[in-house]
Design a protein around this ligand. Structure first.
Ligand SMILES: Nc1ncnc2c1ncn2[C@@H]1O[C@H](COP(=O)(O)OP(=O)(O)OP(=O)(O)O)[C@@H](O)[C@H]1O
Length: 445
């Protein structure tokens, strides 16, 4: 909690509370495990009291806003705050971001470019310890650019025949699809890991398909191998996640959205299963039993460009896992989900209705506003459009709709302490924005 800040909390727009509002996301939070998000923004845009989000309980958060108004910046602030929590709480949590744009590796660097602005907020630039994973086949390309990364892969056997068909956009009932499903299912029955070479050998052992179909299937798997995302064993969850760590999984080199969705589906499914196990162990501990196995932290899973993974009107490979397990049931086992999108209208409607915190930056498209309005909670006294109009066009300004306290808040998100990698490139020389800010401060003295 930054020193010298007003610790009083109050909703910007009347919620059901008449007294003091403590922390967004958890009315029972008594001041521990807080994520400092920013300050209240009054209607005249002056700065108000500090705003905190609760990190003790699991949450489903939707961040939205039009391009360039602060979604990934805000996600970065939340990741920073989770990483800067006191060790006792931090050790029980882990953050994983699915980075579709390849912009979060910069978080290990301090945000020296906004040192002046940070000072105005009583904050200092600070990088955080992050581990960046990229598809195993792309590690060398990153190393050539002097970016420190680790290899990530999914075990080939994690995908069913039908999932391979969807990844490769092959009709399951076509001769090629039938061969593919038959081959994969026969390998999966053997219950041991297998390689692409094993798949290709199995394809040519098939007696019911013709040579052209077999040749086509072989070509597909040779192409998949070149993506560098799949391997015989795959990366274990414990390599990726442990208490107190911030992990970036950069999926930006994967051009095929179905492949990214397959990766997210497998990872999210494993996280959910692992958390269910951890939750059972926790219950046993509460009842006085000694739990077996290692502890698995409560995970905050961040996903940028969420409309790719949970689209409206169709199912992606990740839809089922993200909606039915992570969003609907994830809070019980301790899995938090933070989804960001610039197109709420393209997002599955359940994401909006199931999120307990909505962080909405500037939005101007009617479709997008309507998509959020359609599941507008009853406690919102005015239309979202009216609230957004009051908020104006400042970058980093956000409306927060909090289901716990049933209230709406207008907030200015704080500056980033770690380097933000998602800004738009400028033809001006780097640092010039910061210099001009400093000059403005000096001039006003
Ligand atoms: N809280 C903030 N305070 C100050 N500036 C901000 C804030 N949030 C965003 N900005 C500015 O806006 C720029 C764009 O923000 P950001 O990269 O988060 O956009 P985005 O909404 O994620 O866009 P896209 O949809 O293109 O990914 C940042 O580079 C930064 O300069």
């Amino acid at each position: 909690m930054p020193e010298g800040k007003n610790k009083e909390f109050r909703p910007a727009f009347r919620g059901k509370f008449s007294g003091t509002l403590r922390v967004l996301g958890n009315e029972e939070n008594n001041g521990e495990g807080l994520l400092f998000l920013g300050n209240y923004m009054a209607l005249d845009h002056s700065r108000g009291a500090a705003v905190y989000l609760d990190a003790l309980k699991p949450h489903a958060v939707l961040i939205c806003g039009k391009r360039g108004y602060g979604k990934s910046y805000t996600m970065g602030c939340m990741l920073e705050e989770l990483a800067f929590l006191p060790p006792a709480i931090k050790g029980k949590l882990a953050s994983l971001i699915i980075d579709t744009m390849g912009i979060f590796w910069t978080m290990s660097y301090p945000n020296s470019s906004e040192a002046g602005r940070l000072k105005n907020w009583d904050l200092a630039p600070k990088g955080l310890e992050t581990e960046v994973f990229v598809p195993a086949g792309k590690v060398e390309a990153y190393k050539k650019r002097n970016i420190e990364v680790k290899p990530f892969s999914i075990s080939i056997r994690d995908l069913s025949g039908s999932q391979w068909c969807r990844v490769l956009r092959i009709e399951e009932v076509s001769p090629l699809g039938i061969l593919l499903v038959r081959t994969i299912e026969s390998l999966r029955e053997k219950d041991k890991p297998y390689s692409f070479e094993d798949i290709i050998s199995e394809i040519f052992l098939d007696t019911r398909s013709d040579l052209t179909t077999k040749g086509a299937a072989e070509n597909y798997f040779r192409a998949v191998k070149a993506w560098g995302l799949f391997s015989k064993e795959g990366t274990s969850l414990s390599e990726l996640i442990s208490g107190g760590r911030t992990t970036v999984l950069d999926v930006s080199p994967l051009e095929n959205e179905n492949v990214s969705a397959a990766a997210v589906s497998i990872l999210a499914g494993r996280l959910y299963a692992e958390r269910l196990e951890a939750r059972r162990a926790y219950e046993k501990k509460q009842m006085g039993e000694i739990p077996e196995g290692k502890e698995f932290p409560m995970v905050w899973l961040f996903i940028d460009e969420a409309h790719i993974f949970v689209p409206a009107g169709r199912e992606s490979l990740a839809s089922e896992v993200l909606i039915n397990r992570c969003l609907r049931q994830g809070r019980q086992p301790g899995l938090s989900l933070v989804l960001a999108t610039q197109r709420p209208a393209s997002l599955h409607p359940d994401v909006v209705s199931q999120s307990d915190l909505l962080i909405c930056h500037r939005l101007t498209s009617s479709d997008d506003i309507l998509a959020l309005e359609s599941s507008r909670p009853l406690y919102m006294q005015e239309s979202l459009r009216t609230y957004l109009k009051k908020m104006g066009s400042e970058k980093g300004a956000a409306l927060i709709v909090d289901d716990h306290s049933e209230s709406v808040h207008m907030v200015r998100v704080r500056p980033r302490r770690s380097w933000h990698g998602g800004g738009e490139p400028s033809a001006l020389e780097p640092y010039s924005k910061e210099r001009s800010e400093e000059m403005t401060v000096q001039r006003s003295k």
